[in-house]
Ligand binder design. Structure first.
Ligand code: FAD
Length: 457
């Protein structure tokens, strides 16, 4: 054990540091629920304590890995035996909700769901939403620039952060805690820490931008017989909903079959259509929004885009429909399982998935590969879960999935980030010059390479 562990214990107290069996009891990753290998897990309670820990580790030359809700999907918080894990699990204060500025000031360890609920209690909305809302923290969301179910309308986490405080690898505190929306005073410093997966600083506090809470919500699960119908209908809803369209989630038949088979979820629609679209609008006029939404559905049916549909008539029915889309844990029943989170232009998606399937089947003819496609289609974001060959085939499968994206100017990561898993494929999406800039920024802020080493670049 490095002596810095005792120094941290003496400065922050016993409750702030876990070692030995207490560390092993913690997860390695989202899937492996125990056996964490970190030298120690440090749990500061304030920004000043985070700064002290970072300074001590910096002076001692000990690497630090930030870890939060551990719901990340690319190995961004993997930690080794010579590294200290830093967790903000004791920094969970919601410090202020400002109803005039429509902002919420939080410590970075607050779970996403707690932020959503606190906003709702004030008649406001924090629009970031994703399946892991109960465990993921706002610090993790900011570090990964999380996307989720409402990007179409409200943007990604980046768009929801007005102010931010972070601690640099050398222990210096950077405060960019502004509530203001407009601030054209040079480099937007907070962006350095958004989506950079804890490689440039520890996010300790943030000022979040809230929105008025919707006063009505309409949700439908629609079945479509062609991809053209799916995309035409997206254009129609965007134009006709007057900006109310908040989610446009698409599930290919394979996804729907898997999630509604064997009694997992009761299929609300027959299991015979090639595409299922979960459409949600959020509006401000409960008197008229439902009727307007139903009129849009009728129009979509007249156009022949919708073959069959089930409209949520209550919050319970709405939750039921969303469960089918959110229950991605069930994909873990596939083995081996390879999961992907890519971006490409929406019109290319159908051909891309069909080509990928054909290439996988040619390479692994028996047993036939399982190809499960679904995603935040309205954002050009496709999730693909694949099962074929053996676990050792992952690099070959990765090549087939990522290879074609360069030609589309697509992205190897739409929202989950790079972490360690996607590092070898970063150059498919980013140019040499872009990667050189990333390295230069990292070297400027963390010359010794002690913060979350080995991630992204
Ligand atoms: C069921 C499920 C559904 C999901 N759906 C979505 C989705 O729709 N959209 C989406 O974008 N993601 C999704 N994810 C991925 C995941 O939830 C997000 O990446 C989330 O933002 C991670 O938050 P976390 O608190 O769990 O962070 P962790 O997983 O603990 O860490 C993630 C990364 O952030 C860094 N980090 C954590 N805290 C800090 C901090 N305070 N300062 C600096 N760096 C830090 C870590 O080092 C790591 O690199 C999903 C995951 C699951 C399991």
């Amino acid at each position: 054990m490095h002596p810095v562990v005792d120094t941290i214990r003496s400065r922050l107290g016993d409750a702030a540091i876990l070692t030995g069996e207490d560390v092993k009891a913690r997860p390695v990753s989202r899937i492996v629920k125990s056996g964490c290998e970190a030298m120690a897990i440090v749990r500061p309670k304030t920004t000043e304590e985070v700064a002290l820990v970072m300074r001590l580790c910096h002076e001692a030359g000990v690497p630090v890995v930030p870890r939060a809700g551990m719901t990340g999907l690319v190995g961004g918080s993997l930690v080794g035996p010579h590294e200290i894990a830093l967790s903000l699990e004791r920094m969970t204060a919601i410090e202020e909700i400002d109803p005039i500025a429509q902002t919420m000031t939080v410590q970075a360890g607050v779970p996403l769901q707690a932020i959503q609920e606190a906003a709702e209690a004030e008649g406001l909305l924090f629009p970031l939403d994703l399946g892991a809302r109960g465990s993921a923290t706002i610090g993790g969301n900011i570090a990964t620039n999380a996307g989720g179910n409402k990007v179409l309308r409200y943007g990604m986490t980046r768009e929801m952060v007005l102010g931010l405080e972070a601690v640099l690898p050398n222990g210096e505190i950077v405060s960019s805690m502004f509530k203001i929306l407009k601030n054209n005073t040079g480099l937007d410093i907070k962006q350095l820490f958004i989506g950079t997966e804890g490689t440039l600083g520890i996010v300790t506090r943030a000022i979040l931008r809230l929105q008025p809470a919707p006063r009505s919500r309409q949700t439908v699960l629609a079945a479509c017989s062609s991809f053209a119908a799916v995309t035409d209908m997206l254009g129609y809803f965007r134009a006709a909903s007057g900006g109310n369209l908040s989610s446009y989630e698409v599930m290919w038949l394979d996804y729907y079959l898997l999630l509604t088979a064997e009694g997992r979820h009761k299929p609300p629609l027959p299991q015979t259509f090639p595409f299922y679209v979960l459409v949600e609008c959020e509006g401000a006029d409960p008197e008229t929004d439902d009727a307007a939404f139903e009129a849009m559905l009728e129009k979509a049916m007249e156009h022949g885009w919708i073959e069959d549909a089930v409209l949520a008539r209550s919050e319970a029915e709405r939750v039921q429909l969303w469960r089918i889309r959110d229950d991605v844990h069930y994909l873990l029943t596939l083995s081996p399982l390879f999961v992907y989170d890519i971006s490409l232009p929406i019109p290319e998606m159908e051909g891309y998935v069909n080509n990928l399937r054909a290439e996988l089947e040619a390479r692994w003819p028996s047993p036939k590969p399982t190809v499960i496609s679904y995603g935040h289609l309205g954002d050009g974001n496709l999730h693909i879960a694949l099962s074929c060959g053996t676990a050792a085939d992952k690099p070959a499968v990765n090549k087939l999935v990522y290879g074609p994206l360069a030609a589309f100017r697509g992205s190897v990561s739409a929202e989950h980030g790079i972490g360690v898993d996607k590092k070898p494929y970063l150059q498919i999406t980013r140019s040499e010059t872009e990667i050189a800039i990333m390295r230069a920024v990292k070297a400027a802020l963390d010359p010794a390479g002690l913060l979350n080493p080995g991630k992204i670049v």
